[in-house]
Every structure is written in C-alpha cells, then in structure tokens.
Ligand binder design. Structure first.
Ligand code: GTP
Ligand code: MG
Length: 192
C-alpha cells in the first residue's frame, strides 16, 4: 500500500477522497475496483469452499470460484482529487467490517444485479443507516433482465435524486462514469 501513497501522479494539490464500493455477494465489486484502479489493486480473494455452499448463495453467480474476505483496495487520480477505493466484502457474515470501512468515506457506490434485486436491500439499509451519500450502478450480466431504470429505482425505493445507472464493471470507462456520477452527486449535496 505504501506505493499507492507515494507516486508521482499524486501531489499535495490532490484532495484525498475515500470511496466505498458495496453490493451483494458476487455483484462485481472486486471487478470494478480492478477496472478503475491505476495501481495494482489489493485483493483479498479466497477460494469458495464446499463448506461455504451452506451460507454462500451462488444463485445467478454459479461460475464464481472465489470471494473477497476482507477488502479490495485501488486508487484513481482525477484532476484535483485522488480517489482511494475500498471494495467491501459481499457476504453478510463480513458485515462486522462495515463501520470501519465507511468511516471517513465521502460516498458509497452500491452495485446491484437485476437478476437478484432483493439482495441489494441489506446493503442499501447499511448505507442509509450510516447516513452516507451513495449512487447505485446496475452491473449488467449477459442474462440480466433489461428492466427500465425507472422500474429499478422503484424496486429499490431510491430517492429521485440518487444517481442510478447501468454499468459494465469490467469496462474502465463505464466503471469510471459510475464513480464520477457518485462524486458529482456528493459535490452537489455538499455545495447545496
Ligand atoms: N458478464 C459480466 N461478468 C461480470 C461483470 N462484473 C463481474 N463479472 C464476473 O462476475 C463474477 C463476480 O465478480 P466479483 O468482482 O468477484 O464480485 P464481488 O462482488 O467482488 O464478489 P464478492 O467479493 O464475493 O462479494 C466474476 O467472475 C466476474 O468476472 C460484468 O459486468 N459482466
Ligand atoms: Mg469481491
């Protein structure tokens, strides 16, 4: 992590910003941190074990072989700001890390999967209870139903001002657009 903090791309003029990427199990958090990060991301992936099948619901993500057991960490420098990206673990048994993870964070990008929309509720509850600003990005998989965003907004009971977009977590441009929508949203709220 030392190299992430001492790099010629980051200067004293860059405001350090902590952002958290959250969402249910297997929604693409590790993938989006990897797509966004300009440094080699720190991952804490462990192989999913047979014992875990009792608690890890693989519905919709049956090809998944690993899971994040602590955090993902990456960094993205924008003009004037350096974003430190913390990917949360997706499984509910790791929620004990949540309070520490969101401490000092400017906002949360919540990833959602329209194949398993109800699994986003627990994460949205955590974010809202923490009183932290957020945006929602629907990570689109090949077999994801194509619901209009207004239906997704309604299903997730989102405030009309909360940014909601579709993204491809593997695509750096798409991932970056989601993150920038979050940062812009937080900026507008802070300035209003
Ligand atoms: N087709 C497609 N596959 C994706 C996309 N994003 C992620 N994946 C795949 O979905 C699987 C799960 O992605 P991860 O990034 O590990 O998900 P995660 O949210 O970090 O998972 P946990 O940490 O276990 O909660 C991986 O096999 C990814 O390659 C996407 O946008 N499209
Ligand atoms: Mg992960």
């Amino acid at each position: 992590m030392a190299s992430a903090l001492s790099d010629s791309r980051v200067s004293a003029e860059h405001i350090p910003v902590k952002l958290v990427i959250a969402g249910p199990f297997g929604v693409g958090k590790t993938t989006i941190v990897s797509a966004l990060s300009e440094i080699k991301p720190l991952n804490t992936e462990e192989v999913l074990t047979q014992a875990g099948t009792l608690v890890d619901d693989l519905t919709g993500v049956s090809d998944k072989t690993t899971t994040t057991t602590a955090i993902d960490f990456g960094r993205l420098t924008l003009p004037g700001a350096v974003l430190y990206l913390f990917g949360a673990p997706g499984q509910t048994r790791f929620q004990v890390l949540w309070d520490e993870l969101v401490r000092g964070a400017l906002g949360v990008l919540v990833l959602a999967d329209t194949r398993r929309i109800d699994e986003s509720f627990a994460v949205l509850d955590l974010v809202e209870n923490a009183g932290i600003r957020y945006a929602v990005a629907v990570n689109h998989f090949p077999d994801s139903p194509d619901y209009p965003l207004e239906s997704v907004r309604k299903a997730l009971d989102l405030d009309p001002r909360t940014p909601l977009m579709v993204c491809d977590a593997r695509d750096p441009a798409s991932a970056r657009a989601s993150l920038i929508a979050l940062v812009e949203h937080v900026r507008e709220l802070v300035l209003s």
